[in-house]
Write a protein that binds this ligand. Structure first.
Ligand code: HEC
Length: 122
């Protein structure tokens, strides 16, 4: 088992190109792990530099967000909070075909708390 793990680890470390091509949010020390996990699953697909969803990409690119300065991040967070509060994201049209993409109550609360600094009211 240790040998197998060693092999997996070895393969994992010898293929850096895998990381560059994977469609996942890059590791960021600034973004809390729980936020990153939700964004990665529920938002990143449409909002990343390589996204085919041109409109989504133009409005919000998490890769750019990660790389941007604190002040810019604050402004973007405000937009995120607005979109979430209005129930606009993920888009309703998209959820018709992919209902599992909807944010759970807990995920929504977590994202709102992070983006708007708000606690859930109930
Ligand atoms: C199915 C693709 C898709 C998913 C998934 C998605 N978005 Fe979007 N998002 C879009 C599109 C398309 C727009 C542009 C909407 C428009 O301009 O009408 C957008 C716009 C936005 C905007 C900009 C709003 C504005 O008007 O400035 C924010 C913020 C946003 N999304 C946040 C999120 C968050 C947070 C998530 C995850 C909870 C998410 N999105 C998931 C496609 C998506």
């Amino acid at each position: 088992m240790a040998a197998l793990l060693g092999l997996l680890f070895f393969q994992g470390t010898t293929k850096p190109e895998d990381k560059a091509t994977s469609s996942h949010l890059a590791f960021s020390p600034d973004m809390p792990a729980n936020i990153k996990a939700i964004v990665d699953q529920k938002c990143y697909g449409c909002h990343n530099a390589e996204s085919k969803n041109e409109k989504g990409k133009a409005k919000l690119d998490w890769d750019a967000f990660e790389a941007s300065k604190k002040a810019k991040q604050m402004a973007t967070k405000g937009k995120i909070a607005e979109a979430l509060e209005a129930g606009e994201m993920p888009p309703a049209k998209f959820l018709e075909n992919k209902p599992e993409g909807k944010l759970t109550e807990a995920e929504l609360a977590t994202l709102l708390e992070w983006s708007a600094g708000k606690k859930k009211s109930n």
